[in-house]
Design a protein around this ligand. Structure first.
Ligand SMILES: Nc1ncnc2c1ncn2[C@@H]1O[C@H](COP(=O)(O)OP(=O)(O)O)[C@@H](O)[C@H]1O
Ligand SMILES: [Mg+2]
Length: 330
């Protein structure tokens, strides 16, 4: 659970740790604060999603926040969602990114200013979230690599023998996971995931996830970034009463950011060992050094991040965003 930073307050040195808005339905995710927006003429039921500068690793929110990370994540996710839309890769939840569209009454609690939200806002079609993480892997790392070493397969998908760590897979594979409300997400088989949301829906969304991954990974590779794996979420749009308003799931949440994906610099790719990366792997590696010297057991609260880790993380996020979205001829 996120908590106000004891040293930083809710907003300091340009970093936003958490928000306080006079809107209903507020919930605090690991990274984002989500609120219901009041009905507006001509707009379907919508959510306000604010990307704070919180960073989580091993499912623990860390101190201090990474100042500006939420802006980078919001810009990149919105850029991708528009890119997917232009390519006909399926509908998304994105309605807008304008902090000006938040009603003035939201700011009456005095906690958060409109100014502090600029660049961090996603206005999204409100959905019932499907309780499956739609993970696609093009390369073998993380829990995929761990499972492969044990069983030669990932989520029940058999892979060729003899693959090394971080190897490129012959084909990207769909490897669903549970969406745990507490604790870590668990890899599950296609059949187990089908048991949760139905085989038809799962097949359709697995195909959509694979198509999105293939096209996005090709674009990223053009820009010198390998998207090793990534996670999508889908939801069913709801009406003002929270009832399903359609049968067609849409892509929700953030997508194709360093928070939901492994991003590797392509020019340094070399299978057989862990890769340098643009994502929070940098933070994870620092934390592992703390764990290795007996300074942390991976339960909250996490150790405080040193300045150079905060700076290094922000630099990596910034470079990834610039590479992917820079001089957008596409
Ligand atoms: N369009 C949407 N409708 C409903 N819920 C959404 C939508 N987009 C994202 N969400 C949910 O909002 C939350 C975003 O906050 P986040 O910090 O990522 O939380 P978490 O700790 O659950 O990962 C997630 O729980 C995600 O499932
Ligand atoms: Mg999330």
């Amino acid at each position: 659970m996120a908590r106000p930073s004891p040293d930083h307050g809710w907003e300091s040195a340009g970093a936003l740790f958490r928000t306080e808005l006079a809107l209903s339905g507020g919930r605090i995710g690991k990274v984002r604060d989500v609120y219901d927006l009041p009905p507006a003429p001509g707009r379907p039921p919508a959510l306000l999603i604010v990307a704070t500068d919180r960073i989580s690793a091993f499912d623990v929110v860390l101190d201090p926040p990474i100042p500006g990370k939420g802006v980078l994540l919001t810009q990149l996710a919105a850029w991708w969602l528009r890119w997917l839309d232009r390519r006909g890769l399926g509908p998304t939840h994105l309605l807008g990114t304008d902090a000006g569209a938040i009603p003035a009454a939201a700011f009456t609690s005095g906690g958060t200013t409109r100014e502090s939200l600029r660049g961090r806002v996603t206005i999204a079609r409100r959905c019932r979230v499907l309780p499956i993480e739609f993970v696609v892997r093009g390369y073998l790392e993380g829990s995929g690599w761990a499972e492969y070493q044990d069983s030669g397969s990932v989520c029940g998908v058999a892979l060729p023998p003899g693959l090394s760590r971080c190897a490129r897979l012959p084909e990207p594979v769909f490897t669903p996971a549970t969406k745990a409300t507490t604790g870590h997400d668990l890899n599950i088989t296609f059949e187990q995931a089908a048991g949760v949301i139905g085989a038809d829906l799962l097949s359709r969304l697995a195909e959509r996830s694979l198509s999105i991954y293939r096209e996005a990974a090709a674009h990223a590779l053009d820009r010198g970034i390998i998207i090793a794996d990534t996670k999508f979420e889908f939801g069913i749009p709801v009406d003002e009463h929270g009832h399903d308003a359609s049968d067609d799931p849409i892509l929700i949440d953030e997508a194709l950011t360093p928070d939901s994906s492994r991003f590797w610099p392509a020019d340094r790719y070399e299978p057989g060992h862990p890769q340098p990366s643009y994502d929070k792997q940098f933070v994870r590696e620092y934390l592992e050094t703390v764990v290795a010297r007996g300074g942390w057991d991976k339960s909250p609260p996490g150790p405080r991040l040193p300045d150079e880790v905060v700076r290094g993380t922000l630099e990596r996020y910034r470079e990834a965003v610039m590479r992917l979205t820079g001089d957008s001829a596409s």
